[in-house]
Design a protein around this ligand. Structure first.
Ligand code: TUI
Length: 318
């Protein structure tokens, strides 16, 4: 068993939370992760409040384990989602793509745990002062909307700068990533791309197949010039997008990305859609159940730790 401040804080068996991936993190995926002993997350993405409320109700029909809702702060519905989370007394909120500062007090008053994604040390420190319960420190290896720093460099710096628990994210898909994150000082991990390739994720088979086929350099970054870089698999759409980005500049890109994630996830158009995923896609070779993904990660962590302990040289080992 790996018990940390995160298993305790969230009342879960394993210190693993599922990424709040728009269109992908539906109640089916979240329920499967929560049932397997992690923290499942329903992603609000750009969806309306009523859609999210329905997802919450469907999840509650499937499990009575703890779960969370992710607010994508750039969404025009973010305020509505906050209202619904408060109304439904969701146990845990994660946030992404912005600073959730103005909502924290309201959540805290209702006993809702708040865990924002942060891409820098300074945002982690500011949010700790405002009373968040933990932070998800996400490296640039992650899929979707990303920051600049790597997981390897950022996680230990945030661990040294704050007292609250840290959850590492970006580039973690197996037991080695889990143990590495713990070695960097994290109390848990957030995993996204690995759960996209789960049996329970309601994601078009073409999307899952593209991740399984992906190699190490296939997950590239688009939109750096817009200030909203997004990591996504190379395809016909990214070639067109990067060409416009290079030759015409950021104004010409406006609207070009709209609807592209849904096109890939729901319709399975992996040529013209955005197949968002992290750099770790190249490591993923098969579809497994969420239970097997989590059980294998934590079972194999014992093997990794044993291997590390056998490396210890010097007098102790002789
Ligand atoms: O949010 C994500 N990943 C996402 S959101 C998304 S939907 C979208 N699609 C196209 C363009 C933009 C969004 C797809 N993937 N991950 C968490 C994350 N949060 N990564 C980076 C951040 C972040 C960035 C800046 C968090 C806070 C922040 O604060 C800036 C500030 O205001 O201080």
């Amino acid at each position: 068993m790996i018990n940390t401040r995160i298993t305790e804080l969230l009342n879960i068996k394993y210190p693993i939370i599922q990424g709040g991936m728009a269109w992908i993190a539906t109640h089916e995926l979240a329920a499967a992760v929560s049932e397997a002993g992690g923290l499942g997350i329903i992603a609000a993405g750009n969806a309306s409040g009523e859609y999210v409320r329905e997802e919450i109700r469907k999840l509650r029909d499937k499990t009575d384990k703890p779960f969370g809702v992710n607010i994508m702060l750039m969404s025009s519905y973010a305020e509505d989602i906050v209202d619904i989370i408060c109304d439904e007394r969701i146990p845990v909120v994660t946030t992404g793509a912005g600073n959730p500062g103005k909502y924290i007090e309201r959540f805290k008053k209702l006993g809702i745990k708040v865990i924002p994604v942060v891409p820098t040390v300074s945002l982690a420190q500011r949010l700790e002062k405002l009373g968040v319960d933990a932070v998800i420190v996400e490296g640039t290896e992650a899929g979707g909307h990303i920051g600049e720093l790597t997981t390897m460099a950022l996680v230990p710096q945030v661990c040294d700068a704050v007292k609250i628990p840290v959850i590492a994210a970006g580039g973690i898909a197996d037991s080695r990533g889990l143990v590495a994150a713990l070695a960097l000082g994290a109390d848990g991990v957030q995993v996204g791309t690995r759960f996209v390739c789960s049996k329970e994720a309601k994601v078009h088979v073409n999307y899952k197949d593209q991740i399984i086929k992906a190699k190490d350099r296939d997950a590239i970054v688009t939109g750096r010039s817009t200030g909203h870089p997004v990591r996504v698999l190379k395809n016909k759409f990214t070639r067109q997008y990067l060409e416009v980005e290079k030759t015409q500049g950021p104004e010409a890109l406006e609207g070009m990305g709209t609807g592209r994630l849904k096109l890939a996830v729901v319709d399975g158009d992996v040529d013209n859609g955005s197949v968002m995923c992290g750099q770790i896609a190249g490591l993923i070779t098969e579809i497994k159940s969420c239970k097997d993904i989590i059980d294998d990660m934590f079972k194999e962590a014992e093997v990794v730790l044993h291997r590390l302990s056998s490396l210890k040289g010097g007098e102790d080992n002789e």
